[in-house]
Every structure is written in C-alpha cells, then in structure tokens.
Design a protein around this ligand. Structure first.
Ligand SMILES: Cc1cc2nc3c(=O)[nH]c(=O)nc-3n(C[C@H](O)[C@H](O)[C@H](O)COP(=O)(O)OP(=O)(O)OC[C@H]3O[C@@H](n4cnc5c(N)ncnc54)[C@H](O)[C@@H]3O)c2cc1C
Length: 143
C-alpha cells in the first residue's frame, strides 16, 4: 500500500553557499513528522507554472551541528543547477510560508550500526546525507 504524503510548509530559508540554500520544513498542522535514520531522503512535490508537477528527492540533513531538529521539522539543502527545472524553481519560489507535499522518508543507504570505524567520503552537495551520518556516528562515539 502506498504511504501517504505529508503537508508541510517552509519555516525558514538560509543561503549556505552561492548555489546551495537550506530549507526548514515543518508540518502544517504541527504534528510530528515520521522519524528517520541517517542517510534518509524525501520526495518533494511542488508545482511550477511552467512545468506542472515536479518531484525531486532531497536528503534529510537532520539538524545543525550535533543538535537534532524538532520532531515536526525536516531540514534539506538544495543546490541550484544551471539549466535545470526543479532546483531552480525551488530557489526562485520557496519562501517562508510556501506549502508543499513530501513523501515519507526512505533510506536506501543506511549506516551499519555495528561499525565502530567509519570513513565517510562526500563531494559537493553529496555531503547532505553524510552530514546526518556524521552526527549519528559522533553521538555514538564511533571513530
Ligand atoms: C536519493 C537522492 C537524494 C538527493 N539529495 C539531494 C540533496 O540533498 N540536495 C540536492 O541539491 N540534490 C539532491 N538530489 C538531487 C535532486 O533530486 C535533483 O536531481 C536535483 O535538485 C536536480 O534537479 P533539477 O530538477 O534542478 O535538475 P534537472 O532539470 O533534472 O536537470 C538535471 C541536470 O541536467 C542538467 N540540464 C538540464 N537541462 C539541460 C540542458 N538543456 N542543457 C544542459 N544541461 C541541462 C542540469 O544542469 C542538471 O545538472 C538527490 C537525489 C537523490 C536521488
């Protein structure tokens, strides 16, 4: 059975680099969003006047530094791609209060919690799932 989508809205926007913008998403009715493991991502559904429905996937960053986000909050970081549709639309139109739908978190790449020594390698925007993995490892005092 298909898992339901969630109605969320943009609660905060932060420019991280010239091309990467962070968005805090909170549930519209204030209820907790599903919990997830480090490395998970969501499908983000949004409508562009030019392209109609756009669905793109974004990793859940999980919090700032070692601090986890509240249970009603997801944090994503979106890199604006040149010539692109989805990320450019998100950068151009998402502001505090923008409403959208997201799918439930999925993890295709979970950490093996038995590992004590872990080497994480990421390039560019690929750091987003690694960031929450690093936080998880630091909290469990793994190397
Ligand atoms: C599991 C998963 C997690 C992800 N996590 C993140 C994340 O945390 N942050 C993030 O930013 N992204 C993430 N992505 C990628 C994200 O889902 C999108 O693919 C990304 O934002 C690009 O979408 P877009 O619609 O902007 O680009 P698209 O329109 O799909 O274009 C894709 C690429 O093609 C190029 N292109 C398109 N049209 C042309 C053209 N006419 N000429 C030349 N080049 C062209 C664009 O420059 C772009 O690089 C993730 C993807 C997956 C699958």
């Amino acid at each position: 059975m298909a898992r339901p989508n969630f109605n969320v809205q943009v609660a905060a926007v932060r420019q991280l680099t010239e091309r990467v913008r962070e968005f805090l998403l909170i549930s519209v009715d204030g209820s907790p969003l599903p919990s997830y493991s480090a490395g998970s991502h969501i499908a983000l559904h949004t409508h562009s006047p030019a392209r109609g429905l756009i669905v793109r996937h974004y990793s859940l960053v999980g919090g700032a530094d070692l601090q986890d986000d509240a249970r009603d909050t997801y944090r994503i970081a979106v890199q604006r791609e040149d010539h692109a549709g989805g990320s450019a639309h998100i950068h151009a139109s998402f502001e505090v209060g923008t409403r959208l739908q997201i799918g439930p978190p999925t993890n295709n790449f979970p950490l093996d919690r038995r590992d004590q020594n872990v080497l994480l390698i990421a390039g560019g925007i690929g750091i987003t799932p690694i960031f929450s993995m690093a936080r998880s490892l630091a909290r469990r005092r793994c190397d």
